[in-house]
Design a binder for this molecule. Sequence first.
Ligand code: MN
Length: 345
Amino acid sequence: MKASATITETVLDINANSAQDGGLNGVPMEAEGTLGTMKPLTPPRRIKVLGVPLDLGAGHRGVDMGPSAIRVAGLLEGLRGLGYTVEDLGNIFVPPPQSRDPGDPKARFLKEIRQACSEIAGTLDAHLDDDVRPVILGGDHSLAMGSVAGTSAWWKRKGHDIGLIWVDAHADMNTPDSSPTGNIHGMPLAHLLGMGREELTNIGGVGAKVVAENVVLIGIRSVDVEEREIVRQSGVTVFTMRDIDEIGIRRVMERAIQIVTHRTAGFHLSYDVDGVDALEAPGVGTPVRGGLTYREAHLIAEMAHDSGRLLAMDVTEVNPVEDTRNQTGRLAAELVFSAFGRRIL
Ligand SMILES: [Mn+2]
């Protein structure tokens, strides 16, 4: 990928590749971008829910209450209604920020976040099985350094890589050196790709958890100045809000699923609810105008389900302090239902 390409050009490059070889990013269309020699995935029968009351990575307080809000919205009952056996693993322990010293201003609460993410990774790795899909409730998005590490470690032992779909208003690809705030929830994706601080890239296993060729960002509309260059150089595929406006969310998701399932067992869906427009998701820490509509947000989850390749899901950044009568908590629960097969008819 050209390092000099803008994000929109990157998408256009993909189009150009498709025209040349019938695929994108060199992925042949006919190969289904999927399994190679892998036998079919066992369909999910059990869902394990893990709460992460983490707001150490965020600038605004309150996302630590997100897991409760999503549970109160009827998450477990709704998933059981879809026919799954659902187990709630409870919450991992996270200290409140007021009780700790943030330490390094370039990576605030690094030690505590590392500890929480290691516990997430270990818990998921221990609870995964062929027919189990974890759902992780946030909490700020830095939790994904633990959840994706856990999913990746388990599948790696079975001999498979995983892909990653990252839905977000932000790219979350800062490193401590580039971040204007030092808030780690703006850095998880960089660390999952192996960039940044070793203490964070080595959570749940050494080094990168996903390769850029299998990573797709969707819904992006706010990228910091230095972060922009990191995104461009990284090799991940980005569908900004403009791309969604221009080609539609259905085409975006078709391509995304091809990319994240190419020679992988499947993909982890890390859904930051601030990707959704603030009109539908007012209860987030960092709202940005011009986001996904309610239906675009759902179609992402519905198509993730229909791909048959969804391995795990995070829903993050629900902030009850900013919310209106748990509207955003309910949206988060509904997005999980769509990702696990709820349909209109
Ligand atoms: Mn995020």
